[in-house]
Design a binder for this molecule. Structure first.
Ligand SMILES: CC(C)(COP(=O)(O)OP(=O)(O)OC[C@H]1O[C@@H](n2cnc3c(N)ncnc32)[C@H](O)[C@@H]1OP(=O)(O)O)[C@@H](O)C(=O)NCCC(=O)NCCS
Length: 190
């Protein structure tokens, strides 16, 4: 049986490995990543798909953005399912859970960059993003949106910007330099 749950903090490493597998390391170069860099995902809107046998077979997160100057919205993605589990409805289950949770939490609209032939089944369309831009190169026909509240993106125009809370900086890894120089000094002193 497949379960969709909130992502657990300990799953971060497995999630990144799954994203590398599904989307390749070049995923980091995408303009949509610039809207996620250094930010925390939206509270309560990170999801994992798992089975009893496999701890993580699918991932989806949402992020705070502004769609133009005055339209609070969410950016959806990345969505990925482990290759051997595809075409069993897991991507759709993650999408439905994420969109219903976002609506319950009062969010008004969701944007994403992706294939319309896949995302139109969830109601996404390019009609709502005609006058929106991303902060970098993007394929206009792949910039899609869904209104959770009717009219939320009516006449939305301008730049899409990240508005999520900044993630705390990761502690710098020790280089060992201090320890080495200490050893050096001690040896010379003796
Ligand atoms: C896209 C993805 C998440 C779908 O996951 P999934 O669990 O296989 O999705 P579902 O089982 O809910 O849906 C499968 C259906 O979507 C279709 N589909 C999958 N990717 C598609 C795409 N890019 N365009 C159109 N249809 C697509 C499948 O052909 C299948 O069609 P069917 O229902 O007629 O058989 C998965 O293929 C994946 O991880 N792909 C690599 C990462 C990726 O491209 N992510 C999206 C970034 S835009």
């Amino acid at each position: 049986m497949i379960r969709i749950d909130r992502e657990a903090p300990a799953e971060a490493g497995a999630r990144e490995a799954l994203l590398d597998l599904a989307l390749g390391r070049r995923r980091q170069k995408k303009t949509s990543e610039r809207l996620r860099d250094g930010r925390l995902p939206a509270e309560g809107l990170s999801f994992s798909a798992r089975t009893k046998a496999r701890p993580l077979i699918g991932t989806l997160r949402l992020w705070h953005i502004s769609a133009g100057a005055d339209r609070p919205a969410l950016l959806l993605g990345p969505l990925a399912v482990e290759p051997s589990y595809r075409c069993r409805g897991i991507g759709s289950a993650l999408m439905r859970r994420a969109l219903s949770s976002a609506a319950e939490l009062g969010h008004r609209a969701v944007l994403l960059v992706g294939d319309e032939p896949y995302y139109k089944r969830f109601g996404f369309s390019r009609a709502l993003t005609e006058h929106l831009r991303l902060p970098g190169p993007f394929e206009r026909h792949r910039l899609l949106a869904l209104e959770l509240v009717p009219g939320a993106l009516r006449d939305a125009r301008g730049m899409v910007a990240a508005t999520g809370e900044m993630a705390p900086l990761a502690p710098k890894k020790s280089t060992g330099i201090a320890a080495k120089s200490l050893t050096f000094r001690v040896r010379h002193a003796s």
